[in-house]
Design a protein around this ligand. Structure first.
Ligand code: ZN
Length: 108
């Protein structure tokens, strides 16, 4: 059967099929397969409000709130904390200054 005639499975159907297949394996009790099944099942869990886990996070990893003013949204949809981004820029700038100073010292 040519590939283009096969009906394409929705990714959720494909995952469900894989879970069933894994559970039927003779070694399905092995930790490796059990881990894979748990991982796939987690993928299938849907939030009833249609939100993914990320949207429920209200603070950045450093604890700054994800408010409209403090949040930058990348094209990919990932949220970036502006305070953290500023800190990152300042840190890199300070490191660059230190490096320049060291280079100047080497030249003198
Ligand atoms: Zn932050």
């Amino acid at each position: 059967m040519p590939d283009d005639k096969k009906p394409k499975l929705h990714w959720k159907q494909a995952i469900s099929k894989r879970i069933v297949w894994l559970e039927r394996q003779p070694h399905s009790n092995s930790p490796k397969i059990q881990r894979e099944i748990r991982r796939l099942k987690r993928k299938l869990i849907i939030n009833p409000e249609g939100k993914n886990g990320k949207e429920e996070i209200t603070h950045c990893p450093k604890g700054h709130p994800y408010t409209k003013a403090n949040t930058y949204v990348r094209a990919s949809g990932a949220r970036v904390c502006k305070l953290c981004r500023k800190e990152g820029v300042a840190k890199r700038r300070a490191e660059l200054k230190k490096l320049e100073k060291r280079l100047d010292g080497a030249r003198a």
